[in-house]
Design a protein around this ligand. Structure first.
Ligand code: FRU
Length: 541
């Protein structure tokens, strides 16, 4: 018996049958796309009132068609580029091109022509852009450099890594003739992210062996020939596919830095569907070694996926954008002509939390510049059971900055309404009975988002409530949130807890109410801003 157990225990390192070689012919079975089905072609663009009503005013969304992952995020010559996974023909995933927008501040985006097309070699799946300043690729004219895209061409049978160069500052990319530059004969090998690793003087690629739940590391000196270095994983969440890996060195508040490996997993999130997990560790140019066995999640809700970090940032800022969506319902959202939006750009740092653990903290980058008008709302103190409210300007994106301390309760009382519980609730509501709440439970030090009482979209996976822990034994909380049409981004605890959620109220949310339930609360900070519209799209504003 003992011997049998001992023999059985070690188990194979990887599944005995390579799953990616034997799957049915779908490149991405975890989110099948209607547009990939035989017979499906384009879809007439139908515009509805919902398209304008749910259209964000400061978040990027495509004018029409379907958008998912951010791609090729790079800064060059004063311009931030945002490429994205784009089906220009229909509000469904499929026929993937690279859409393109540019900005000087990552908030006001200007549409550009499609930068990469679907070709007979396949769809243009997720990838990155790098600046080949010194023409290490040898692909530019002598003495010239430029932008290069490395990305996945996907067919049902194969996913391999392609290289395309741009000779017009990123407006368009041209595949080089001898593609693919990296092909391992797999149909589940995708989403390369490349950066120049200064200490070893080489380009490094992280790329997902999706169904094997592994991230592979490759090196190159010319971006065209790639040598395998190592693999990482399976680690952390298992899920179905590992996608969109990113690796970046992030400063620690107070000094020092660590490398952070982001891996998007879909489906398989604890909150359902898509999620991005991260590991903090070291990287020596060939191996990523996590500091511990802990995984972090970039979000406590479920609508931030496929995070990508900006390349070539001035001052080495660590900035990311994620797709504000989830594969569980993104093709069924109640807009008709467009689907998909991006998160705000987020500045990332590492910070020690109250218990001393090193964690990712995120904050919206440059948002202060959009504060257009203060919405007057003064409230310093709420007695137990009391509330204060204000009418909201309609159609505009709003930012709320709030910190409060809930009164101490007698620890000998029972839990419940008349006991130790004290909650501080932020309500965005309307007189048809719809409400969105963000609440703090001071007894347990936890925060929730509740979108269940909004009536514009119901679907089994479009779950209502999400929660996160803040600091144990701390009755104080701080929050910064942005509400913009169908999007909510909550940055709590100095950005250590971030919740991103799509929202579909059936009617406009007309008031903001603050409530203290169970215990009184003192409000330390309360600022409400209307934010300047940056996106020239038809919206409620
Ligand atoms: C992630 C993803 C990537 C893939 C792309 C296809 O959301 O599945 O793995 O490259 O979307 O659009």
């Amino acid at each position: 018996m003992g011997a049998a157990l001992a023999q059985a225990a070690p188990g194979p390192q990887s599944p005995p049958k390579a799953p990616d070689g034997e799957r049915k012919a779908e490149p991405n079975a975890s989110h099948p796309s209607p547009a990939d089905q035989p017979g499906a072609t384009t879809h007439p663009v139908i515009r509805t009132q919902s398209d304008a009503f749910y259209r964000p005013t400061i978040h990027f969304s495509p004018e029409s068609g379907f958008m998912n992952d951010p791609n090729g995020l790079i800064y060059n010559n004063g311009v931030f580029h945002l490429y994205y996974q784009f089906d220009p023909f229909a509000p469904y995933a499929g026929h993937v091109h690279w859409g393109h927008a540019i900005s000087s501040d990552m908030l006001a985006w200007e549409d550009q022509p499609i930068a990469l097309n679907e070709t007979p070699d396949g769809e243009a799946f997720t990838g990155c852009a790098v600046l080949d300043t010194h023409n290490s690729s040898g692909l530019f004219a002598e003495g010239k450099g430029g932008l290069i895209a490395l990305y996945t061409r996907a067919t049902p049978k194969k996913q391999s890594q392609f290289l395309a160069i741009s000779e017009d500052d990123g407006k368009s990319f041209r595949d080089i003739p001898h593609n693919p530059v990296l092909d391992i004969g797999s149909n589940s090998f995708r989403d390369p992210k490349v950066f120049f690793h200064i200490p070893t003087g080489q380009w490094v690629m992280v790329v997902a062996k999706a169904r094997l739940h592994q991230i592979a590391f490759y090196a190159s000196i010319d971006l065209q020939h790639w040598v395998h270095l190592s693999n990482f994983g399976p680690s952390g969440l298992f899920g179905v596919d590992y996608e969109c890996p990113n690796l970046i060195e992030i400063p620690i508040e107070g000094g020092g830095s660590r490398w952070v490996l982001f891996i998007s997993v879909n489906p398989g999130s604890p909150t359902g569907g898509s999620i991005t997990q991260y590991f903090v560790g070291s990287f020596d140019g060939s191996h990523f070694i996590p500091d511990d066995t802990v995984i972090g999640l970039t979000d406590f809700a479920k609508d931030a996926y496929a995070l990508q970090v900006y390349e070539n940032m001035p001052g080495h800022e660590a900035v990311s954008i994620a797709w504000l969506g989830n594969w569980q319902y993104c093709q069924e959202l109640p807009t008709q002509s467009w689907r998909g939006c991006m998160t705000l750009p987020r500045l990332m740092i590492l910070r020690h939390d109250s218990a001393g653990w090193l964690r990712l903290a995120q904050s919206p980058r440059g948002l202060d510049t959009l504060r257009e008008a203060t919405v007057p709302f003064a409230c310093k103190r709420l007695a137990a059971g009391a509330s204060a409210s204000v009418q909201l300007p309609l159609g505009a994106a709003l930012e709320l900055v709030l910190s409060a301390t809930v009164d101490q309760m007698n620890p000998n009382l029972p839990l419940g309404d008349k006991g130790r519980t004290g909650r501080f609730v932020i309500v965005f509501g309307n007189d048809t009975g719809e409400s969105l709440t963000i609440g703090f439970d001071a007894f347990s030090g936890q925060l929730w988002i509740d979108r269940a009482d909004l009536n514009g979209f119901k679907q089994p996976f479009f779950t209502g409530q999400f929660s996160t822990t803040l600091n144990p034994d701390d009755r104080h909380f701080d929050i910064r949130l942005v509400l913009d049409a169908c999007t909510l981004e909550v940055f709590a605890n100095g950005g250590l807890s971030v919740g991103t959620a799509l929202l579909f109220p059936a009617n406009p949310l007309t008031y903001l109410k603050l409530e203290a339930t169970g215990a009184g609360a003192s409000i330390d900070t309360l600022e409400l801003y209307r934010l300047r519209k940056t996106m020239a799209r038809q919206s409620a504003l």
